[in-house]
Design a protein around this ligand. Structure first.
Ligand SMILES: NC(=O)c1ccc[n+]([C@@H]2O[C@H](COP(=O)([O-])OP(=O)(O)OC[C@H]3O[C@@H](n4cnc5c(N)ncnc54)[C@H](O)[C@@H]3O)[C@@H](O)[C@H]2O)c1
Length: 262
């Protein structure tokens, strides 16, 4: 079933959704899904070509923004409001996973700091910028991308990445609680490993590396970006009206598994 066939609902007609990291992967699949459900999509990315292409495809607005820059993040949410008149959904998703973030024993302070800035400080900045619009509206849904590594440990460590995602999870929970009575929901999306071009390339070269991970996934495969996007659209919509402060796992069962099927 294609994504277009799967979408029978139009839950986000007239809503405005800001998506960071909309140029690729989970962000791109989510921008497509949110648009297909009727949202005005504001595609933010540091990569101008990719972000523009996403905005063109989804009929939305491209805003070039580095999510680690407070001024650019404020301008992003202002552009969304000025163009469409509301900020209903903030999908704070941009993140990096660079190769120099590895074991704590070999990861230098510069790599540590860069990952914290892009993965965690960015979420602080985006929430801080989005919340005042949502408070004025008395309504809004914030979805912050954490990861399954926020809830379980990996011997194949990416220490700053994992710590940053733990931070995103704890921050989202706290914001979900703090703003619950103002009609604003804040959830942490925790995807399992996703079948991205980068992952495919890495594992094609090194099948043992893939097997070491796949054995832990009850479903027996990595996620498709569209499967994560479906969860984003759900959390963005009023169908999730009683879900806030959640650790929303979309992980093929990894976090619940001890022994997986043969
Ligand atoms: N892919 C996975 O297996 C997986 C699993 C769990 C969580 N995640 C998380 O999901 C999110 C998206 O991952 P993905 O695999 O789709 O990544 P991706 O690399 O395919 O896309 C990330 C996008 O973010 C943009 N970006 C990077 N730095 C930025 C910055 N400073 N400002 C603005 N944009 C910036 C990139 O240009 C890119 O378009 C990340 O937060 C990642 O940590 C991914």
């Amino acid at each position: 079933m294609t994504q277009a066939e799967a979408v029978v609902c139009r839950r986000l007609v007239g809503r405005t959704a800001v998506v960071t990291g909309a140029g690729s992967g989970i962000g791109l699949a989510s921008a497509r899904r949110l648009a297909s459900e009727g949202a005005n999509v504001v595609c933010a990315d540091i990569d101008e070509a990719a972000g523009k292409a996403a905005a063109e495809e989804t009929g939305g607005l491209f805003v070039e923004a580095d999510v680690t820059d407070a001024g650019q993040v404020e301008a992003l949410f202002k552009a969304a409001y000025d163009t469409y008149g509301s900020v209903d959904v903030a999908f704070n998703n941009a993140g990096i996973s660079p190769p120099d973030d590895d074991s704590i024993l070999t990861t230098g302070i510069d790599a540590w700091r860069r990952v914290q800035e892009v993965n965690l400080t960015s979420v602080y900045l985006c929430c801080k910028a989005a919340l005042p619009y949502m408070q004025r509206q008395g309504k809004g849904s914030i979805i912050n991308t954490a990861s399954f590594v926020a809830v379980m440990g990996a011997a194949t460590s990416q220490i700053s990445y994992t710590a940053s995602k733990g931070g995103v999870l704890a921050m989202s929970r706290e914001l979900g609680v703090q703003f619950a009575r103002e009609g604003i929901r804040v959830n942490a999306l925790c995807p399992g490993p996703v079948n991205t071009p980068l992952l495919r390339e890495l594992f094609a070269k090194d099948p043992e590396r893939a097997a070491r991970r796949l054995v832990h996934i009850p479903v027996g495969r990595f996620a498709e970006a569209e499967e994560i996007a479906a969860a984003v659209a759900f959390l963005a919509s009023d169908d999730a009206s009683f879900i806030t402060g959640a650790e929303f796992l979309v992980d093929g069962g990894i976090a619940g598994a001890y022994v997986t099927p043969l």
